[in-house]
Design a protein around this ligand. Structure first.
Ligand SMILES: [Zn+2]
Length: 579
């Protein structure tokens, strides 16, 4: 073994993972800096007038208190001014070690809120101002050092559009104009590389919040005011809708925005538009540290890596399976999905966000969906983001969906325990379940608007129970505790009725009428012919009815129904159904 000691760089290269993670912060979106060779710069031709009467140290000290916008304006006065500014120790440290931070501040025009001294002090501070961990980033809307986790999670680091700040904190424009604000640089932001084409004017969240509290006297008074305003806006909107309807107009009115845009945290590009990476300058040792090799604080790379692995854990692509779809090219489309084989979620996608073909093919839908928000929710709404136009979850919620009101049978099977087989209709499948020896048929409400239909049919099966009129009812199907459908026996070796089956179909219908029930939809596909007998199905239009005239009318109409060649009631999938 060699006793030769490794030098610092060799040691670091062996002990720290050499990862260079692009977070797509503001500095990743600045034009590449190309230094101009300063060696041939001419000596100053003019002086600074009265200012030159001051000793240089005093002048440097005074200038270091200037805000960066004014300081940069000053250094452009003449070559002497530039020479003096460049001699300020704080400014020199900034241009040497944090040039991108300075460039970024000037690019988003926040220089007027940040002094040269403040930026220097932040360069010489290692810890996150929120949590005290080592922080490798600077939030340059107000110049705060912040770690990755805080910048992506803490609400203070989410710059707001002025309109959003007004909606959230009830700020009039004369106050909004005074808040620290920035103009974003178009580019790609956040680890998710969200493209933002426009220059957005964004204000500092924390400043807006405090102005709101000052204006209304307290946080609760502010919140009350804001909720009153949005309730009023909503009321005005509803009134206008009613008026438009009364006039017979079909004009689509824009619903006022009353809730927050969904914050995608580490995937929210707004959170990265005022963020630059910055090293730590140790004032006493004058050493520069990007976070490597310190004992008591986590290293920069470790933190970066933790941030990334945490994000990966957070956003690990879940196993998403498209169960059912009801897609419409001109209106919102609805999807029922299964996440990680254990939770069923309902997603509504706004019209025009995706192509219908892309949405209805399971693997394709899964690949184009935005990351599923974490937390407990069962219904989500996807639309285009107002700032960058990309699809995003505008809202998610945990909703208590309606269920079938009258679960009369003792047997109840969880939907997730069923193994689905062939699809017979959009909401009818063959399936297997350990509790049953043979294939069963499952009929259920794919979406909550199908519940009333299933509710009616479930009751009808109770009325005919034990009379051999329909397939045997085997039990209810539940999802997350609510009953959404039922299972019945599979009638094998059967076919739909033809005009030749009139007498056996009449016999089956008579048995139903004898119970005082009108079927409601006696088309030929609702009679299954098996073993010389007709079995009735599809009771969702059935009603209890003792009016002999009405029942007789249905009976007499049967012959015509069996001769109907229109295909009505057949296994036709008119909707865009996906399995
Ligand atoms: Zn922090």
């Amino acid at each position: 073994m060699s006793d030769k000691l490794l030098d610092k760089a060799q040691l670091e290269s062996l002990t720290y993972a050499q990862i260079r993670i692009k977070d797509f912060t503001l500095d990743d979106n600045l034009p590449v800096y190309s230094p101009v060779d300063g060696s041939i710069r001419k000596p100053p031709g003019f002086d600074l007038g009265a200012l030159d009467a001051l000793p240089l140290e005093i002048l440097q000290e005074l200038l270091s208190f200037l805000d960066l916008r004014t300081l940069v304006d000053f250094l452009r006065v003449n070559r002497r001014a530039l020479q003096v500014v460049e001699s300020i120790p704080q400014y020199e440290a900034i241009t040497t070690h944090a040039r991108d931070a300075l460039r970024a501040i000037l690019s988003i025009e926040t220089g007027q809120w940040i002094s040269c001294n403040t930026l220097y002090e932040k360069l010489c501070t290692a810890e996150c101002e929120e949590c005290g961990d080592f922080a490798g980033y600077l939030y340059i809307l107000t110049c705060k050092r912040v770690c990755f986790l805080c910048l992506s999670e803490n609400r203070k680091y989410l710059p707001l559009l002025r309109s959003h700040a007004d909606r959230k904190f009830g700020l009039p424009s004369q106050i909004l104009r005074t808040l620290p604000c920035m103009k974003s640089v178009p580019g790609r932001y956040s680890p998710g590389l969200k493209k933002c084409h426009n220059r957005l004017v964004l204000v500092d969240y924390d400043s807006a919040y405090h102005e709101g509290v000052m204006l209304y006297g307290s946080a609760s008074a502010m919140e009350k005011h804001v909720s009153n305003v949005s309730a009023q806006k909503l009321e005005e909107f509803n009134k206008r809708v009613t008026e438009e309807k009364a006039r017979g107009s079909h004009a689509l009115l824009r619903r006022p925005k009353t809730s927050d845009a969904f914050d995608r945290k580490s995937e929210n590009p707004l959170r990265f538009m005022a963020i630059v990476r910055i090293p730590w300058l140790n004032k006493s040792s004058r050493e520069l540290d990007w976070g490597k090799g310190r004992n008591n604080l986590q290293t920069f790379d470790q933190l970066m890596f933790d941030g990334v692995s945490r994000r990966v854990a957070h956003y690990t692509t879940p196993n998403i399976q498209l169960l059912q779809a009801s897609a419409d090219p001109d209106d919102a489309s609805e999807f029922r999905i299964l996440v990680d084989d254990k939770s069923i979620k309902y997603i509504t996608i706004d019209a025009g966000v995706y192509e219908v073909d892309d949405m209805c093919f399971g693997p394709s839908l899964v690949s184009i969906l935005p990351s599923l928000p974490s937390g407990k929710w069962n219904t989500g709404y996807i639309t285009r983001h107002p700032t960058d136009g990309s699809p995003y979850f505008a809202s998610v919620a945990e909703v208590k969906f309606p269920g079938i009101k009258n679960p009369w049978c003792e047997v109840q099977i969880d939907y997730l325990e069923l193994r689905m087989g062939e699809k017979l209709r959009s909401n009818v499948y063959e399936a297997t379940h350990p509790q049953f020896d043979s294939t069963i048929v499952v009929k259920f409400a794919r979406f909550d608007w199908e519940i009333p239909q299933l509710d009616a049919e479930t009751s009808a099966y109770q009325w005919i129970e034990g009379h051999g009129i329909g397939p045997k009812f085997l039990g209810h199907v539940s999802e997350d505790g609510r009953v959404i459908g039922f299972i019945m026996e599979k009638i094998s070796d059967c076919r739909h009725a033809t005009p030749e089956d009139l007498s056996i179909c009449q016999a089956a219908l008579s048995r139903l009428h004898n119970l005082g029930i009108k079927h409601g939809d006696t088309n030929k596909h609702n009679f299954l012919i098996h073993d010389g007998k007709a079995i009735l199905i599809d009771f969702d239009c059935s009603t209890q009815n003792n009016d002999a005239g009405i029942l007789d009318e249905e009976f007499r109409g049967l012959e015509g129904q069996l001769c109907d060649g229109s295909g009505r009631g057949g296994v036709v999938m008119l909707e865009n159904d996906a399995a």
